[in-house]
Design a binder for this molecule. Structure first.
Ligand code: CTP
Length: 397
């Protein structure tokens, strides 16, 4: 049920706008109040009068409408709802959102809102598959925007493929999920991510190839389930997700300090690729070439952050999850690593170069716990994160 919930529904200009009218009915049947906003292009497909009649509300259409601004300014309008839904979300609206444009009422509301946004994309299949749209989609997902659909099927333009707007009832289900209190509400979960950089001197450092993509996806998925997430990240290639508390560090020692300072936590997920060694003593000044002599680097072992937290005598998080990046005997090595480090679960993956996992967009993991060994199929890092977050929610409930 959606009683007492206010939905700001932005209707974009596409043939699927007619389905948005049914969406208004379905949302209202469940008790939601729907405040409709029409783009100029949407008015070519549905009339303000029919939308207003179905919503039993005033329709907002113009950024520079003096009466509207006097009654409820656009900033207030963008914040007054519990959720902002864009259906249909056209390629143009998605591009404006991804680029942060605000040149009409709809795009301004989307930039000004402090509420979650759910998009139901609808467009021609070529437009959907175009790299520009897929780039915008990736940007929006990383910004925490929720997406439902599009569906695959016959399209109004006569082509076939993904691009049809989801059916109104599927959008209603996504609205209900977005407004439900997630299963991790009230839980504090710590996530480490990315590589660490260990300085050799002020200009050189030791690093590894971790992009931080899997850790960021896990933090985002946990936040989407309502967790209060602390994200401790090294210098990663991908940006941290929105809606989490970010602590940026460079070295393994700094990461341990940040993790300890962030406790207590209900769960701790160690996805970072921490450097095992640092320089025994990093040079304060740049090491210079000396008559063809090569320098000898002397290493010292870094603290094992996962093992330190997993073996805490008091105040240990209820669930401690480690990752094992292996190139040989993945399951045997990861099982031994779980024992050695004392964590509850190990998520193992094969990072041999031929798998393309390290730095790539997909992952194939095996989860090792007290309950046994479970290998998951090769999935996108976002899908692995969603599956893992659901597992974590179950374990912490
Ligand atoms: N880890 C950590 N602190 C370290 C090293 C690793 O917290 N100093 C964590 C990683 O975040 C990961 C797990 O330990 O969750 C496994 O890291 P990995 O580098 O795969 O294993 P190692 O302990 O380095 O073992 P080995 O080098 O033998 O593979």
């Amino acid at each position: 049920m959606l009683s007492g919930k206010r939905i700001l529904l932005i209707i974009g200009g596409g043939i699927a706008a007619f389905k948005a009218q049914d969406l208004i009915r379905r949302l209202r049947e469940r008790g939601a109040e729907v405040i409709p906003v029409l783009t100029k292009a949407a008015e070519e497909f549905v009339t303000p009068l029919s939308v207003s009649a179905l919503a039993a509300q005033k329709v907002y259409r113009d950024l520079f409408d003096l009466t509207d601004e006097a009654e409820m300014g656009h900033i207030e309008l963008s914040r007054s709802a519990d959720l902002v839904v864009v259906a249909p979300a056209t390629a143009d609206l998605m591009a404006k959102m991804a680029g942060g444009l605000a040149n009409d009422l709809a795009s301004t509301l989307l930039l000004a809102t402090d509420k979650r946004v759910l998009l139901a994309p609808a467009m021609n299949v070529r437009m959907w598959e175009h790299p520009a749209t897929q780039r915008n989609l990736a940007t929006l997902t990383a910004d925490g925007v929720l997406i439902v659909g599009p569906d695959e099927g016959d399209m109004a333009c006569g082509e076939y493929g993904p691009g049809r707007m989801s059916e109104p009832l599927a959008i209603v289900a996504a609205v209900e999920a977005a407004l439900a209190d997630g299963p991790l509400k009230g839980k504090h979960v710590l996530v480490t991510s990315g590589p660490t950089h260990e300085p050799i001197d002020p200009v050189r450092y030791i690093a590894n190839r971790s992009s931080g993509a899997q850790g960021a996806a896990i933090a985002r998925a946990l936040a989407a389930l309502g967790a209060d997430v602390t994200f401790v990240t090294g210098p990663a290639d991908v940006d941290p997700p929105s809606g989490v508390s970010v602590i940026r560090i460079q070295t393994a020692q700094e990461m341990l300090g940040a993790v300890e300072a962030s406790l207590p936590a209900d769960g701790a997920i160690f996805a970072a690729a921490v450097a095992d060694w640092r320089m025994a003593s990093a040079s304060d000044s740049k090491i210079k070439k000396k008559n063809g002599k090569t320098p000898t680097l002397e290493f010292a072992e870094n603290p094992d952050i996962l093992a330190t937290i997993a073996q805490m005598k008091a105040g240990r998080p209820q669930l401690v999850v480690g990752f094992a990046a292996e190139t040989d005997d993945v399951i045997a090595n990861a099982t031994a690593k779980r024992e050695r480090k004392g964590c509850d679960w190990i998520v193992a993956n094969d990072v041999s170069p031929e798998t393309g996992i390290m730095g790539g967009v997909e992952n194939a993991v095996t989860v090792i716990s007290n309950e046994g060994v479970e290998s998951w199929p090769r999935l996108s890092k976002d899908q692995v994160a969603a599956k893992l977050a659901a597992r974590i929610a179950e374990a912490l409930s």
